[in-house]
Design a protein around this ligand. Structure first.
Ligand code: CDP
Ligand code: MG
Length: 139
């Protein structure tokens, strides 16, 4: 199996109607969608997903934002998936994101920054298991 990463199209981008354009951008860059759904996180679930950031000053706002509307989590397969996807989405702060990156194109702020990407293979594994059972993956 090729490496994979876990992404979430975040509430701001879903609400703005950018899901189709963002998926097209991702697929055009060579990623294969292995699992995908439209769902809404409870605050408890959003808090669990971002547990690693629980001590950060932005945590409570982040949890509120991530549970404020529907999101689209996906498992994306590609050689070098984690690093290539981080390059594709750009810096956390869209003001610092490179031209042509998903965050530069679609993010509204450092918090409402359109999309998530796993930061390591280990976290990709944990995050994919957070959202998807083995039965929800397709080839
Ligand atoms: O998502 P990424 O890995 O680029 O950034 P992070 O440092 O892991 O932070 C997770 C998320 O918290 C970001 O994507 C933002 O939505 C949010 N955040 C924030 O609201 N304010 C910050 N100063 C940093 C991050
Ligand atoms: Mg991160």
């Amino acid at each position: 199996m090729k490496p994979y990463t876990l992404t979430i199209i975040k509430p701001d981008a879903v609400a703005a109607g950018h899901v189709g354009k963002i998926i097209d951008h991702i697929v055009s860059a060579g990623f294969k969608v292995r699992a995908m759904k439209l769902m809404r996180l409870t605050p408890e679930q959003a808090g669990m997903f971002y547990y690693i950031h629980r001590e950060r000053p932005f945590y409570n706002d982040l949890v509120r934002y991530m549970s404020s509307g529907p999101v689209v989590p996906m498992v994306l397969e590609k050689d070098n998936a984690v690093a290539d996807f981080r390059t594709l989405i750009g810096a956390t702060d869209p003001a610092k994101a490179a031209e042509g990156t998903i965050r530069k194109l679609y993010a509204q702020s450092i918090e409402a920054n359109a999309i998530h990407g796993s930061d390591s293979d280990d976290n990709a594994k944990l995050e994919a298991a957070f959202f998807f059972s083995a039965l929800e993956w397709v080839d």
